[in-house]
Design a protein around this ligand. Structure first.
Ligand SMILES: *Cc1c(COP(=O)(O)O)cnc(C)c1O
Length: 390
């Protein structure tokens, strides 16, 4: 079949058989290399979406592909009733890079947050959480309770106990919101879906102190900010603030569905208190190890920090007069415009750049950590060239 027919048939089947939750773009990709994706017609794109901060090591990374191939040949899945070589090694590595004590493996970010909240409830014997406005923690019944956007939460609200939401960046608001039933505080050290909102050391340190003082469990959701996205292993490393529980997903498995959370020594589930069929399978753990090793061997933390800085410098020189603010850390960058900018996604794709928009008016750039200067230059050129419609 020719590309046009394949494209048409995929769109038809998708429309007919897949629940229309995503509002798809008219794009169909078949492969990629590094930061570049190729669509069915052979057109090349620089990808600043990276599967939503998942594809940290870039497309067709040979070390990752080989690790998955070799593990698939050997053993894909085994029950958690048994020991598992890649899982033990991935756990050791995660403990090393998080500075926490023990790990639980699950399959997504929402599940990681669910598990973290279960763990906090179990240890404090309390039920509620404090979360922040604009926070995104996932879409399961549990994690939705801590997700701020009422568009996601309201239709399901009798099923979850929503957190108490306070303004992001305001530590005293957290202190004021503490009641006898609060088990913990959950927050992203840098909000992603909420519009790339950067916090600061003072805020996070104060929140840490409040949690210590009031015996609350502090959960950092680093699902999006983890694994080098901000130029360090975790965003918390910029601030030297250690949570009690750290949740991870997105980039952790190199694109395989995987999540995890790590907790401090005093917080652990015991036998039978939590579990999942797929969590920590040999396959995803082998992929995760390859991702972590690649980040180290290819100096991707350094590249993310350097290219992030270069990106922001270049973006700041754009001629656009509709830019309110450019912010971010490492390769998690937001460009806030003074108007809704959803149209940017299609306009940039037309010119060979993939990006997405959060919070309505913030262009978000979260490319693979391998991006080069030349690619950054091209992305900025394209963003600069997109004119505001009327
Ligand atoms: C994406 C995301 C989640 C949810 O992860 P899923 O794997 O989609 O369940 C949770 N928290 C943050 C900060 C995220 O960016």
């Amino acid at each position: 079949m020719d590309p046009e027919s394949i494209y048409k048939s995929v769109v038809e089947k998708d429309n007919q058989y897949v629940m229309p939750t995503y509002g798809r773009k008219p794009l169909l990709f078949t492969g990629g290399e590094g930061c570049r994706l190729i669509d069915i017609f052979g057109k090349e794109y620089i990808d600043c979406v990276a599967g939503i901060a998942v594809n940290a090591t870039g497309y067709s990374n040979q070390k990752l592909v080989n690790a998955i191939k070799e593990q698939a040949e050997q053993l894909i899945h085994i029950s958690n009733y048994y020991y598992n070589i890649p899982q033990a090694n991935a756990a050791e590595k995660l403990v090393q890079i998080t500075g926490l004590s023990k790990v639980f493996f699950c399959n997504s970010g929402a599940e990681a947050n669910d598990g973290a909240m279960k763990l906090a409830k179990l240890h404090t014997k309390k039920n509620s959480f404090i979360s922040t406005n604009n926070a995104f923690h996932g879409r399961t019944i549990g994690s939705l309770g801590a997700t701020a956007n009422i568009k996601y939460r309201d239709p399901f609200v009798p099923l979850v106990k929503p957190a108490t939401f306070v303004n992001y960046g305001d530590a005293s608001a957290i202190e004021k919101a503490v009641t006898d039933d609060i088990a913990g505080v959950i927050l992203e050290p840098l909000q992603g879906e909420g519009g790339v909102n950067v916090s600061n050391a003072e805020y996070l340190k104060e929140v840490r102190e409040i949690c210590d003082k009031k015996d609350l469990v502090l959960i950092f959701d680093e699902v999006q900010t983890g694994f080098g996205r901000t130029g360090k292993w975790f965003c918390k490393d910029h601030y030297n603030v250690q949570p009690d529980i750290l949740t991870m997903a997105k980039a952790i498995g190199g694109g395989l569905p995987m999540g995890a959370f790590a907790a401090c020594e005093s917080l652990s589930f015991e036998k039978g208190e939590h579990g999942t069929t797929f969590g920590g399978s040999p396959l995803v753990c082998a992929a995760s190890l390859a991702v972590m090793e690649t980040i180290e061997e290819d100096n991707l933390l350094e590249n993310a920090a350097n290219m992030g800085q270069y990106f922001i410098e270049k973006l700041s020189k754009m001629e656009r007069n509709d830019v309110v603010n450019i912010r971010g850390m490492g390769l998690m960058i937001g460009i806030e415009l003074n108007h809704e900018c959803g149209y940017f996604m299609d306009a940039a794709a037309e010119k060979g750049v993939l990006l997405n928009v959060t919070a309505g008016n913030v262009i978000r750039l979260i490319p693979p950590l391998t991006i080069s200067k030349e690619e950054v230059d091209r992305v900025v050129e394209v963003i600069d060239s997109i004119v505001r419609p009327n």
